[in-house]
Write a protein that binds this ligand. Structure first.
Ligand code: IMP
Length: 200
């Protein structure tokens, strides 16, 4: 069976990719399982750049296909902030309770139509011959007036999906995976890997 290395230390992301790729004849291995402890500096200015930086850095250490993702929240009224800085917004150690409240404060008095936002996830694949492929997934929504829900993580409590009438923190993992940016990007990447099943 082929192996694919997913360049993340996040167990939740690993669980999700393993579920989505479960019917493929591949073993998804973590950096930890490969004994890779390298920390990669994500200094790109787009999700694509950061995902490629991460995947290429890890691909130099292995002969397998390497996948890496980068994701974040873009708020239109804030010119796309926090964007690629989503994890670092107001400092990496600041709680999301504080970050989410700060965003709500910045949007105070702004009408619903101007509160549009999206989660974006980009996954880069680097093949052993150096070929790079990219998959992008988004979910459109808006920033609500107050936080709601206990599930999910990060900005989920303030991100509402119009069609669902709730925040993504009010969804179960399975419900969120079906519609999320990451779920969409992972399924698109799975199709690319299937098309490319000689895997270069
Ligand atoms: P990274 O892709 O692991 O670098 O994470 C990017 C950051 O974007 C996370 O730390 C969160 O702040 C935010 N983010 C990405 N996806 C989600 C999501 O599904 N829900 C809430 N926040 C998210």
């Amino acid at each position: 069976m082929r192996s694919i290395i997913f360049a993340t230390g996040n167990e939740g992301k690993l669980r999700e990719i393993r579920q989505i790729m479960a019917d493929m004849d591949v073993e998804i291995r973590s950096m930890k399982e490969e004994g890779i402890t390298t920390e990669v500096k994500e200094d790109g200015t787009t999700f694509e750049e950061n995902a490629i930086i991460k995947a290429k850095a890890i691909a130099e250490l292995t002969k397998e296909i390497v996948l890496a993702d980068d994701s974040g929240l873009e708020i239109d009224y804030l010119n796309g902030e926090p964007g690629v800085y989503s994890a670092r917004y107001m400092g990496e150690k600041t709680s999301y309770e504080i970050k989410n409240q700060a965003i709500l404060d910045r949007l105070q008095g702004v009408a619903k139509e101007q509160r549009t936002a999206r989660f974006v996830c980009v996954i880069a694949a680097v093949f052993p011959d150096g070929t790079v492929r990219i998959a992008r997934g988004t979910i459109e929504g808006y920033i609500g007036e107050k936080p709601a829900g206990e599930n999910g993580f990060g900005y989920d409590p303030i991100f509402y999906v119009e069609e669902l009438g709730c925040s993504t923190a009010e969804l179960t993992d399975a419900q969120k995976n079906k519609i999320s940016h990451r779920g969409k990007a992972l399924r698109a990447m799975k199709e690319m890997l299937n098309e490319n099943n000689d895997c270069k």
